[in-house]
Design a protein around this ligand. Structure first.
Ligand code: SF4
Ligand code: SF4
Length: 221
């Protein structure tokens, strides 16, 4: 899921300077789980904006803000409020805010900062294990990603800074290369550690990423 954190209310109010009528859009997926844009956070934002003299013309927590067609449907559902709104405050990731961008020409502002694609370890405990490099090499590394989990992204590690299994960049964090070594040992595939890996081909993730797959209709018989 996409991990987000709330923007400070002062930053949001600065962005809303000169505007009164605000429409707040939350997200029922990632932003609900990360507690940045679910029903509760939307209600809290209403209270904060109203305390600052703003008028909240409507709120909605969309099933998933990254579904662009859903955002268009929401604006049709709240047509009158959408017309009154001077600004749309989006409590979800940046992708969600840009879904709304595609649905209206008005001022759209994010209420969160988007951080990373995260695994949920337990409630409100998230960790980045994949940074979407576009060319997955996990099989070479015991399914522990050095691109993401090694602070230096080393494909041929470890560096000289490993200490007692921890990373020199953050001593609270396990050294990914110690984890990789231990895992490959458990699998009896330590020979992988003797290989030298070529630099990664970063062209695999040229931005913006796109993927379109259209299945051709079966030919009529
Ligand atoms: S190599 Fe790492 S960053 Fe790349 S796709 Fe695989 S898990 Fe994700
Ligand atoms: S100590 Fe380990 S995880 Fe940290 S940068 Fe060096 S090899 Fe990577």
């Amino acid at each position: 899921m996409i991990i987000t954190k709330k923007k400070p209310i002062g930053d949001i109010l600065r962005s809303l300077e000169g505007e009164t009528n605000v429409f707040i859009v939350g997200c029922g997926e990632c932003a609900t789980v990360t507690q940045t844009g679910g029903e509760k956070e939307v209600a809290e934002m209403v209270a904060q904006l109203e305390a600052a003299g703003k008028k909240v013309v409507a709120t909605d927590v969309v099933a998933a803000n990254c579904q662009e067609l859903d955002l268009k449907r929401i604006l049709r559902k709240h047509r009158e409020a959408a017309e009154q709104a001077e600004a749309f405050l989006v409590l979800s990731c940046g992708a969600g805010a840009q879904s709304l961008r595609a649905a209206t020409d008005k001022h759209v502002l994010p209420g969160t900062d988007s951080l990373f694609l995260g695994n949920t370890q337990r409630s409100m405990d998230f960790v980045e294990k994949c940074s979407l490099c576009g060319d997955c090499v996990l099989d070479e590394y015991g399914a522990i990603c050095p691109v993401t989990r090694c602070a230096k992204g080393l494909l041929n590690g470890p560096c000289g800074g490993t200490s007692h299994g921890k990373c020199e960049v953050d001593p609270e964090m396990d050294c990914a290369w110690v984890l990789i070594h231990e895992q490959l040992k458990r699998e009896g595939r330590e020979d992988k550690l003797t290989r030298t890996h070529a630099p990664k081909d970063w062209n695999a993730i040229a931005h913006p990423g796109t993927l379109k797959e259209r299945k051709d209709k079966p030919e009529a018989k």
